[in-house]
Structures are given as C-alpha cells and as structure tokens.
Design a protein. Structure first.
Lengths: 372, 625
C-alpha cells in the first residue's frame, strides 16, 4: 500500500507524509526563509536581536503551517463561508473602534494580542469565492460574476476605508485570481479592461490638485527627490552598484551606510541585489518561480474544484506579492508598501503566507490519500 | 448517464483549469523575464554609472536637536530648565575584552544589572565602531575620575547631553508637567522629521500642552563619511532653532505657601486672579518627582508610584471630579434671585428637614435642629440646606441649570494644560441621555446643595469663584503669561474674555454680602476658623463638604465612627479682598471632614501669602538654580 511507486520509503519520506507535508515545497520554502534571514542580518546592520525576533516569527509561521496542513480540504471548505462572514464582521468592528478612536485603525486589540482582520481576508476572500464557485458548474456566468464581484468588493472596500490601499489591492487580486482560474470568459476580461480604462479619466477629473500631484509622484518618484523619490533613487543606486557578482554579504555600502530607507522591510530586495549581484537576483527569481510552479502543480492535481481554485489562487497571489515588491523596488511600479514575501522583516504577512502554504500542503496530501 | 455527465463536467473543468494555469505560468515567466531585463539593465548595463553614484554617496545629513525652551514662574524663577548630563559610552571595537573592562569600570562607578543588560543588548544591535550607552546621569566627580584615567579605559567616552531638570521638584509636578523618553505612542503623534535628533518630549501638563513651542526646530549638519560610515568632515551646518522660553502665571512663593498649607494632606488648591484669569497657584498633593521620568523610570519604581494609594500621579486640580457640595449655593442663590423665585429679604423658617408637599420622604439638613428664621444671606452664611431645598423646589431644575452652566459647571475651562475633565451638570436632558430615566423632583433638591450627580473639578470651582468675584466677567483661566523665542521682544498673549454671566447688579451685591457674612459673621460657617481670627483684609467665601459616603434618610454622619477614607471632602471657595478682589481660591482637602474647620484656614493661608507682603512669601529656591 505504501509503495505506490514501487520503491520503499525512507524514514524522512515517511515522516513528511505522516505530517502531511509536501517535500518539494518544504525544501523550496526553507531555502527562501534561510536566505531571507541572511539578508535580514545584513540589512539590519548585524542586529542579532532583530534576527532572533524574525527567527521566532518563522518558528511561529512553520508551526501554523504544520497545523493547517493537518486540516482536511473538506473541513477548510466547510468553514470558508463562516470565516468570510466573521472576517467581514471583524472589519466592521475595526471600523467602528476606529471611528470611536478617531483615527486610522487596522488592529483589533484582543487583550492578549493584537490582530489585523484585513490579514485574515487575504485568505478568507479566495476561500469564499472558491467555495461559491465550487457550488456552480461550468464557466462562471453573468450572475456568478455579479455574486463573486460582491464577495470581493465588499471586503476590499472596507479595507480601503481603514485606509490600507496596498492590502485591499492584494485581497482583491486574490479573489479575482480565483474567478480567472475558474475559466471566466475572455469577453468579460475585455469588458473589465474597458470599464477600468473608461473610469480613469472620470476619476482624474474628480480629483483635487494635490491629489493629482500625489498620483503623479507615485508614477514618477524622481520628481520628488526628498520624499518618495529618495527611496527609489537610493534603491536604484544600491541595485545598480551591485553589478553582476555583487559586493558580497555584509558589504553593501548603500545599505550598510544607511542610505537606503526601509532596508529591512519593503526595500530589502535592494540590499540583496547590492550584495549578491545580478547572478544572485536571477537565482532568487528562479526560486520564487519554482515555488509558484510547485504550488500550481499541487493545485492542478487537486481532487475537486474548490481545492483546485484555492490552491491556484494562493500560488498566484504569492507571485503577485513578489512581482509588485520587486517592481516597486526597481522603480517600475509605484511605491505601495508591499513586503517581499517571506524575506522582509515583520510578522503578520509572514504568518499569513505560511498559513496559505499550510493550505497548499493540505491540498497536496488530499491528492495523495485519494490516489492511494 | 447523469454520473457520466458529472464526470465529464469535472473533466472539462479540470482541463479548463490546467489551460488557465499554463497561461498564468507563461504570463509570470514573461513578467519575470521583464524584471530580469530591468535588473540586468541596472546591474550590468548601468553598473558603472551607479557605482560612481554609490561612491559619491558619501554625504549624509545628520539632525541636530534643538535646545528645549525653559519654563519660569511669573517672577522669572526657573521651573524647568536644561543642564548637561554626562553619560558613559563604550565603543566595542576599541575596548578589547568587555568583561574585563566592565570589571575595571566598577572601580569608578556603580553599574546595576539593568545597566549591563541594556548595554549588552545595545552591543548586539549596533556595529562594533558605534558607541553604545552604558550609564547615564554621571555626577561631576565620577566624570572627573574617569577623565583622569582615560588611558586605562580604552574605548570609553564621556558624552555630555542636555537633560531636563526641575529645580522645584514635586510641588510643581502637576502644574508644570514633565518630559519623558519618546516611546512608540509618541512616535505616532509627533512629526518624525522634527524629532529625528530628540530623545524626550512633553508628557503632561504645560510641558505637553506647549510641546510645539518648547521643542523648537531641529538643525542639520551635512557630513562626509568614509566607506565604513565614519564621519570624515563636516560640510555645512544649519543651526537648530531653540524652543520658545515660557513664562507662566504661577507664583513660586504662593505655590509653595499653598503646598505648605495643605500640611501633607491630599488635596488640591487653585488660585486665580479674577481680573484676568491668570492661574497663580495650581497644587495637587501629593506630587511626584518629575525627574524620575526624565531619566527613565524603572518598571518597579513606576508601578510603586502608580499603585500608591495616595495616587501621586493623579492631578486632582484638573482631573479630580468631586461633588461641589455647599460651595454651589451662592450660584443657586444667584439663579433664584435672577429668576425672581425669591428676594434678598424674604425669610423662611428652616427646620431640620424638608418635605416635598405630598411626599413622605424627609430631606435632612446637615444641622439636625435646623437654623430657625433665615433670609438668603443668612442661609448662605449658615449653609442652610433646607432653605435651598425650598428654593430649588420652587425654581425647578430647568431654571437652575442655565445659570450653573453659564458659570462653567459641566464644561472644561479650556486651561492650557492636559488632563482637564468637565465634571457633570445634571439636567433632564443629561439624565435621559446617560441613564435613560426621567428626572425626579427630589434630585432637584440635592442638586441645589451640590450633591447627587453634580461633579466639579477644583479648577472649575476656582473659575466660578473668580467669575463671582468679578461680577460675572469670565476670563479664561490660563497658565501662560509670556513667550520668548529669542528673536525680539517677549510676547504677552491677551487674556481671553469668555461669555459673561449677566445678572442685575443688586443681585451680585446680595450674594457678595452673603459670602462676606459666611466668613465674618459670628454665625458664619467659616467664622470659627477664619473670621474670628480677624484677618487684615475682608474675605468672602463659602464652605462646603462633599459627601464620599452615601447616608440613608435617617442615618447620621459621625466622623468618629467612619474610617477616614470615607470622611467627607472638605471644600472652601472664596476671594479677597472682598471690596476689590485680587485673588480667588478653591481648596479641596480629600477626606478632610468639615469645610469650615479644615479647608477655610488653608484658603486663608494662601490669601495671606498673596495679599500680605512679607508673610509666608519666603522663597525656597534650591542652590543649583
């Protein structure tokens, strides 16, 4: 029964299987996390305490992944609508508390810990959309489009009100990717594209002068060399001066001399690029691509529509994070404050991502169980 | 058939999914290639360009913290200043073996476990060539001894930094406030650019309220650094703009006299000049040592101060809300005259209790046997509760509330400090909004003697007393007298006149007369403790006791039987000289008992200190000023 492939399993294989972990994905993630720690150590100016803290978060993330991997896909599917409803209620609660406190509010204080409901929505929205579409057959029709649009836009709107533009866009992308993977017809994409293109001039004419100026700075940061432009200019110098081979670990002058702002969080990619050069960058992009591809592979082999859609969305959302961050750091995209996944310093996004990979692991083991 | 359909459906769905995935992978690969192209453009194509930029990137801008403005009293005596504080820093790369260095340093100064732990944390967070703080607040002798032995202590540096100090300490802690280290919460509130080089910020009182003025604007110096980040030379300097120096309306000698008059009891004293709203004294006792917060208070010490039963961190003068008790009677009397509910010469027989016609319940007077025949003036002087029950019953709450509101009950005065609370002015609307209940006639009665729901702060009491003294003129109470930013003449803000209380002149005369009677007539409640000692000027005032402990209808308050924490608060409000008021005072002695016996003499000492030259006006100024 165990020898599906006709070979005897080694102890480590057996351990991975009984823990319901996908070995390929686990190895790829571990490489990325270790690489991230090395870059972080350099980016924080050899701060051992920051390193320990990040290590603790990684431990927490791994534990969360392991835990979620044990939950069956059926159970995940069953809780999807409840998780979504709870998430929306929490967003409303945060809004209400924020109103009372008269300020931007993203956190809910539970007494023992602080908790960011918008982070839950990064998973709850694709789970909910996948749940809805798994009830329907065939390509999404018009009414499916309307229903899923509502499911996506309500939380997106609430998160935008916090205001947290970056997260709301990522939540929207995660939901949209599910609809895309479900086979939404091309004419809808065309329609969507036309609608967005038509909305831009209208929005633009509605904006005040200072708001327009802000948008222009977003797309052309060099026009504001002391504000947003400073980040991009310093970041490009860091990346460019790294050259083909890089300046070597702990030797990046841009980052070590603290010219580069946000170097341990949003701009950590520039530190990596300065110290490891273009060769290092190419390898990192490949590593990311491999993780995404493995995730999509797991999704493609999944046994039902829900698992397939959710697994696909999780993998592609991960790719979106990475592309948006690197695009931002290299000056191709506006600076919107998205961390480099699994590398940037900080706990919330790391734990959410590890939970997402836990779901992928769960999907992977479901496949195996059925095959067997 | 159906099953095969479902199977076919599933198969189709999966195929569609795989097509989409492949599509997504192709798009992703294209994007990654584009990113790679961009990166190769930066790292290979433009490498030499960026290398040049990176090598020229040796200029750094460092902030220079501005000097914080000092705070003085109205006579120029320093309340909050800056002095050099020496701290010891260690540069690890030059220090050699750290353990042996620390052992050697123990010969020069005391190092606590906490110091060493913080130092070791700092070492792990910084690069070897950056100095790390080991001990702050060194005294001159230690500095001198270490300076002499520098050659034996490689890597050890003494740094001088300006640090806030409060020469008059805890007596002014609530009036002036204090500064503390900038923490996470402060960072959200403050402009990060302006505070780049600053370590402390105002946390309470004037220090917090005028933070923007006191802080000043930071300067910058542009420096050139070498490849290791060490400063090679300074290129240009933009000097910081020091903070504005403030002169307060407080009078140090009066504040000290007020503190002394409380004689170690817990309470609050606020003295205001009724002619312009200047706050002359603002005492909340006990105070705390503001410098403990400047140096960074340990968690244990902070818990000890915070959990102290006497609550030294609580600003009773501004944040303490107490039932104003009988001190409210002059205002109620004024309302009754103004509303034509009574006249100054109408008399009534005040028994030991009052009953609303048709109701059983007896509202008792504080004096069991009653006060006999009283008119309004005598009713205020002897503090007859029954007279005011009767007045309130006739007037009704709706006619009483507006004038109490006009005197500021239930509203913040808007004083230029932090933590002020509004108190409560109960009314029909207020009760419906907060308790969702209708107003009962009995509540009107107890409101008229300042009990029940009504709450007021000592500052508010001094404020309405000042308005009484000034015949309805209401100047905004304030602590700031002058600002001096060093660029030109000091600036004196004009007193702000708020909406006055307009009442017929003869009504003012009647109430003023009654308040003089309360102190200076044989039957007045403040006669025994103040009037009988014949002060050199005429005091007008009103005593009050503020109930802490609710009594039943037939129960009697007996000081000897109650624990002191349940004793009434003693209150006195008054002004002097009665003919030409120069000072209005409110005194609260927590759990002091009777207002006449306990609070009135305190107010008198404060007035003496202000009005009589050479009496009690001895300055206690420490030498290190």
């Amino acid at each position: 029964m165990i020898s599906v492939t006709g070979r005897e399993m080694s102890i480590s294989q057996w351990a991975l299987r009984s823990l319901r972990l996908d070995s390929v994905l686990l190895v790829l993630l571990s490489i990325l996390l270790l690489l991230g720690l090395a870059v972080l150590f350099s980016a924080t100016g050899e701060n051992v305490i920051a390193l320990e803290r990040q290590l603790m978060r990684i431990g927490l993330g791994l534990a969360a992944m392991l835990l979620i991997a044990q939950v069956s896909v059926h159970a995940l599917r069953a809780i999807s609508p409840w998780l979504f409803v709870a998430g929306v209620l929490l967003l409303l609660a945060v809004m209400w508390v924020g109103d009372v406190g008269k300020g931007a509010q993203r956190w809910l204080d539970l007494g023992f810990m602080r908790f960011q409901p918008s982070e839950v929505m990064k998973l709850a929205v694709p789970m909910m959309v996948a749940w809805y579409l798994s009830l329907r057959n065939g390509r999404p029709r018009f009414r499916d489009l309307v229903a899923t649009a509502a499911l996506i836009l309500v939380p997106v709107y609430l998160i935008m009100q916090q205001p947290d533009l970056g997260t709301s866009m990522l939540v929207g992308a995660a939901g949209f990717l599910v609809v895309f993977l479900a086979g939404l017809g091309w004419r809808w994409f065309l329609g969507l594209g036309v609608a967005v293109a038509a909305a831009i001039p209208v929005l633009w004419s509605q904006m005040l002068d200072y708001q327009r100026q802000r948008v222009l700075t977003l797309f052309n940061p060099e026009s504001d060399p002391l504000g947003a432009g400073y980040h991009i200019i310093q970041s490009k110098i860091a990346i460019g001066s790294g050259g083909l081979y890089g300046k070597g670990w702990l030797n990046g002058t841009q980052s070590q001399l603290e010219f580069l702002p946000e170097r341990s969080t949003d701009f950590i990619f520039a530190v990596y690029a300065e110290e490891f050069g273009f060769i290092g960058v190419a390898l990192l992009l490949l590593l990311y691509f491999a993780i995404v591809a493995r995730g999509l592979w797991i999704a493609a082999l999944a046994q039902d529509r829900y698992a397939r859609l959710l697994g696909g969305s999780i993998s592609l959302t991960f790719a979106v994070y990475m592309v948006v961050n690197i695009g931002m750091v290299t000056g191709l995209l506006p600076v919107v404050g998205v961390p480099l996944p699994l590398v940037s310093y900080g706990g919330t996004s790391l734990v959410t991502l590890m939970v997402a990979f836990g779901i992928l692991m769960s999907i992977a083991s479901q496949k195996r169980l059925v095959n067997r | 058939m159906a099953e095969r359909d479902a199977y076919g459906e599933e198969q189709q769905d999966r195929e569609r999914f795989v097509v989409r995935i492949l599509l997504a992978l192709v798009i992703l690969a294209a994007i990654l290639l584009a990113l790679g192209w961009r990166l190769s453009g930066l790292q290979v194509g433009a490498h030499s360009h960026f290398t040049t930029l990176s090598e020229n990137n040796r200029l750094r801008v460092e902030p220079i913290a501005p000097t914080r403005g000092v705070i003085r009293d109205r006579n120029g005596i320093l309340l909050a200043g800056n002095r050099a504080s020496y701290q010891l820093e260690v540069t690890v790369e030059q220090a050699g073996d750290l353990d042996s260095l620390l052992t050697r340093l123990r010969g020069y100064l005391e190092l606590s476990e906490a110091d060493i732990e913080r130092f070791r944390r700092g070492v792990r967070q910084r690069r070897p060539f950056q100095p790390v703080l080991l001990k702050a607040g060194l005294d001159d002798e230690t500095v001198a001894r270490i300076a002499v032995s520098r050659h034996e202590l490689p890597g050890v540096e003494i740094e001088a930094r300006p640090l806030r100090f409060y020469p008059l300490g805890s007596k002014f802690s609530h009036a002036v406030g204090y500064v503390g280290r900038i923490n996470q919460q402060d960072l959200q509130r403050l402009d990060g650019r302006a505070y780049a080089g600053t370590s402390h910020t105002g946390k309470g009182g004037v220090e917090r309220y005028y933070e923007e003025l006191l802080h000043g604007r930071p300067g910058y110096r542009q420096v050139e650094v070498n490849a290791q980040g060490r400063v090679i030379r300074e290129l240009s300097v933009t000097p910081p703009q020091p903070g504005t120096n403030l002169t307060l309306t407080l009078d140090v000698s009066l504040q000290q006299a007020a503190y002394r008059a409380l004689a170690g009891r817990d309470g609050a004293i606020v003295a205001i000049d009724p002619n312009n709203g200047e706050v002359l004294a603002l005492v909340s006792a006990p105070g705390f040592d503001p410098e403990a917060f400047v140096h960074g208070i340990s968690q244990a010490d902070f818990s000890a101060v915070r959990d102290n039963k006497r609550r030294p961190l609580f600003n009773r003068a501004l944040s303490g809300q107490y039932p104003p008790g009988s001190t409210i009677k002059p205002l109620v009397g004024l309302a009754a005259l103004n509303e034509d509910v009574t006249t100054a010469d109408r008399e009534m027989f005040a028994r030991g209790y009052f009953q609303i016609p048709g109701h059983e319940r007896r509202y008792r007077d504080w004096r069991r046997e009653g006060h006999g025949r009283v008119d309004l003036s005598r009713a205020i002087a002897v503090s007859s509760d029954v007279y005011f029950y009767d007045l309130a019953h006739t007037m009704g709450i709706d006619r009483m509330v507006p004038i109490l509101g006009a005197f500021g009950i239930g509203q913040r005065t808007g004083i230029d400090s932090t933590g002020e609370r509004a108190g409560i002015l109960p009314s029909r609307d207020w009760k419906r909004a907060t308790h969702d209940e209708v107003w009962f006639p009995g509540e009107t009665l107890i409101t008229a003697i300042g009990q029940g729901y009504m709450l007021s702060t000592p500052l508010q009491m001094a404020d309405f007393t000042a308005a009484l003294a000034a015949r309805g003129e209401r100047y905004q109470p304030h602590l700031l007298r002058a600002m001096d930013n060093g660029r030109g003449e000091p600036e004196y803000p004009l007193p702000v006149n708020r909406e006055p209380v307009t009442v017929d002149g003869k009504h003012w005369d009647a109430i003023h007369g009654a308040m003089v009677e309360a102190v200076n007539a044989r039957h007045g409640t403040a006669w025994g403790s103040v009037g009988s000692t014949r002060p050199e000027y005429t005091i007008a005032g009103k005593t009050g006791t503020s109930q802490v402990f609710g009594l039943g209808e037939d129960e009697e308050y007996d000081e000897e039987e109650l624990a002191q924490r349940l004793w009434d608060h003693a209150l006195f409000v008054g002004y002097a000289p009665a003919e030409d008021p120069r000072i209005a005072v409110a005194v609260l002695v927590e759990h002091g008992g009777s207002g006449g016996r306990v609070a009135a003499p305190v107010a008198r000492e404060v007035m003496d200190a202000y009005l009589l030259e050479g009496s009690g006006m001895t300055l206690e100024v420490p030498e290190n000023e």
